[in-house]
Write a protein of this length. Sequence first.
Length: 139
Amino acid sequence: MGSPLVTLGLVLLLAATMLTIGTEDGERTLQAHPQGQIFVLRLEAGTEVTARAVIDACGTWKTPNVLSANGLLAPGELDATAWIDHALPDILGSERHRYAGRHTVVVGAGHSAATTLLALSELVEQEPGTRTTIRSWAL
């Protein structure tokens, strides 16, 4: 049979805006499977909440990640806004003209980057002159 069910003390914060998240011990690198790590969430209302687990399902529509690893805008990033796409572009469809025959740099190491790279790899096969470079960090 399967594992026994575990009862969790669940707290839902509805209509709350999280400004930042960190760890109680100040560790900057969040681990995939932390042992005993306590998270600290600072809310827009000015309160802080601690938790042993956090599910971030908010997306990044309002505040996409910047290109640099330290959370600050990379030099020149604001000037290059017209060429930076934070959302998943429709590379093989409506936005094909933006990527076909061009060199595209993908910065990231998550699911969005992987999805974008899969589409770009198809485009490389279909459109001469299309190239891509992968960067999991920007300097």
